[in-house]
Design a protein around this ligand. Structure first.
Ligand SMILES: [Zn+2]
Length: 561
């Protein structure tokens, strides 16, 4: 819910009806049999950008095509700014996807500019908004292609990736829409990194967390990385389903099933230990020219997409894949052809920006919340390039990458208002906080270390006890943070005491750890901010969380069952 001050401020310009109109117009222009299709580096994508540029110019904004054939918008007086805050997202979509994934972030940024122009307000520092191409992996395999090209990190293998429908390479597609490919191939950034003071991205949430928690928007703590095998082929031996006995079978489908089963079992184990991990095989098929009900197939192809916020977790899973591939090949006399793994590193959002965005949310009466991102976003590429990056999620029903994704325009308005507040508030602690972040960087996230202990020790009762002891010691060693440590330690101790000797389901531990993670993240974000009020508010929020959790533990634990 927004408070009266926000409603009053936004009263003179209704961002909601303009946003509704723009979303609808673009959905109509890019409609497919169902949902929308805006292929990466396609004519439809170009036309979407042209439409947005036309709209921006009609509002008196500057709109320029950059070297990656993306469009950059700004107030006219900021089009040549030497340094600026960059807001962006992507305009492409998956095939028959939803209209809001990507586009919501572009329109949120653009509408902040429109609002500043119409209301004659001044941003605290220059702002540019970029509508980017080519983020979705559905078209070529690699993701973040547009932002990677901008930052000079699009690899030769990625440029050689072939379009799923026409078989032409990404390189050819980029050239066809007018990108000068020489610098891209040479790994030269197309944008001056030093000019970008911060990168901010608003995006629909692709999971159910905000719906479950009944929140319109949240600040994002970090983005899961992944490794992906786009097409693993497994080769066996064809035969008649009735005539070939077990001993003579070399069935690639069962070999694939065995591999996926091993990964599934490992996934359950790691999650039970509190690790962050998701495993998906979204494409599985035997050769449609040859397959039949009664034929043992000679080959099967499948994809693998494994994600985690934790780089070590990804490496552990990758080693596991290789180990079991070799074993299954030996045991079943089949052969896997893995192809090349595409890696994307996990990315953390800037603590300073997390604190600043949290502050902006609080200022306009939006309840502050911090959640991780399961899906990948262009922000990961900017963060990887050492540009401080931050994200805001908007509540969204039914996930994304499908036409049923559903974002309420009121939630979009709320999230866009957080962004606008951040950009406009001259007293926003961003500058001071940036100085403070140097200190925060030296000491690093402190409270999160307590929840890391729980993870490292296997997220069982004894792990909570160890964390409680560590929190006590930390409180003595670091008096400035003592209250925060005390509360985290208390929560861990209470959980350990209440559940001592009880057989518990893994989800109870997961839920407890994510609750403590949330508190630790909130405290770290607040303590990266020099403003004592911000710290006090975070401490109170955590205290309130602890008290209300204690009052209704049954309710809290049954909610996740
Ligand atoms: Zn997206």
């Amino acid at each position: 819910m927004m408070n009266a001050a926000v409603l009053e401020r936004s009263a003179c310009f209704d961002i909601g009806s303009l946003a509704t109109k723009l979303f609808a117009e673009i959905a109509t222009r890019t409609a497919d049999v169902e949902g929308v299709s805006r292929p990466a580096f396609s004519k439809i994508e170009t036309e979407t950008l042209q439409f947005l540029a036309g709209f921006a110019r009609s509002e008196g904004l500057a709109a320029q095509w950059d070297a990656g054939r993306n469009v950059v918008f700004s107030l006219p007086e900021h089009s040549d700014a030497l340094q600026y805050i960059l807001i962006g997202s992507h305009v492409d979509s998956v095939p028959r996807g939803g209209n809001f994934d990507g586009l919501a972030g572009v329109l949120a940024g653009l509408l902040c500019l429109v609002r500043a122009r119409r209301e004659g307000s001044r941003f605290a520092e220059p702002v540019k908004v970029i509508a980017m191409r080519g983020e979705e992996s559905a078209w070529f395999g690699p993701c973040y292609m547009g932002s990677k090209a901008l930052l000079g990190v699009l690899s030769a293998a990625e440029l050689a990736a072939r379009h799923k429908q026409d078989g032409r390479s990404l390189d050819e597609h980029m050239q066809a829409i007018g990108v000068d490919m020489a610098p891209v191939r040479a790994g030269k950034p197309l944008l001056d990194r030093a000019a970008v003071k911060a990168y901010l991205e608003l995006h629909i949430e692709q999971g159910p967390v905000l719906i479950e928690r009944n929140l319109p928007a949240a600040v994002v703590s970090g983005i899961r990385g992944n490794f992906r095998y786009k097409k693993i082929a497994c080769f066996g031996e064809a035969g008649h389903s009735g005539a070939v006995p077990l001993a003579y079978r070399h069935d690639p489908v069962l070999a694939m099933a065995e591999l996926l089963n091993v990964l599934d079992a490992a996934w359950h184990d790691f999650v039970a230990k509190g690790r962050d991990l998701v495993v998906t095989s979204g494409m599985v098929s035997t050769d449609q020219q040859k397959h039949a009900l009664s034929r043992i197939p000679d080959s099967v192809e499948f994809s693998l997409d494994i994600r985690s916020q934790d780089r070590d977790m990804l490496e552990t899973m990758h080693a596991l894949v290789l180990k079991h591939v070799a074993r299954i090949e030996r045991e079943r006399s089949i052969r896997f052809d893995l192809g090349t793994a595409l890696w994307t590193s996990p990315a953390l959002c800037s603590k300073t920006l997390i604190a600043a965005l949290t502050r902006a949310a609080e200022t306009i009466g939006v309840p502050p919340a911090l959640i991780p991102s399961g899906g990948g976003h262009d922000a990961a590429v900017f963060s990887e390039a050492d540009i401080p990056s931050g994200m805001i999620f908007v509540r969204n029903r039914n996930g994304s990458h499908n036409p049923q994704e559903a974002m309420d325009i009121d939630d979009f308005k709320t999230a866009a208002s957080v962004l606008y507040q951040f950009l406009n508030d001259p007293n926003q602690a961003f500058h001071q906080a940036r100085a403070a972040s140097q200190t925060a960087k030296e000491s690093g996230p402190m409270f999160t270390k307590i929840t890391d202990i729980i993870r490292q020790k296997g997220n069982a009762v004894r792990a909570y006890h160890a964390a409680a002891v560590a929190a006590q010691e930390a409180a003595i060693a670091d008096p400035d943070r003592a209250v925060g440590y005390f509360m985290l330690g208390l929560a861990a101790q209470e959980f350990a005491d209440a559940n001592y000797g009880e057989p518990l389901h893994a989800h109870v531990f997961d839920q407890e750890l994510s609750r403590l993670d949330e508190y630790a993240g909130m405290l770290d974000a607040a303590f990266a901010n020099p403003d004592a009020d911000v710290r006090l508010r975070a401490l109170s929020t955590v205290a309130l969380g602890l008290v209300s959790h204690r009052r209704r533990p049954e309710e809290a634990s049954s909610a996740s069952a």
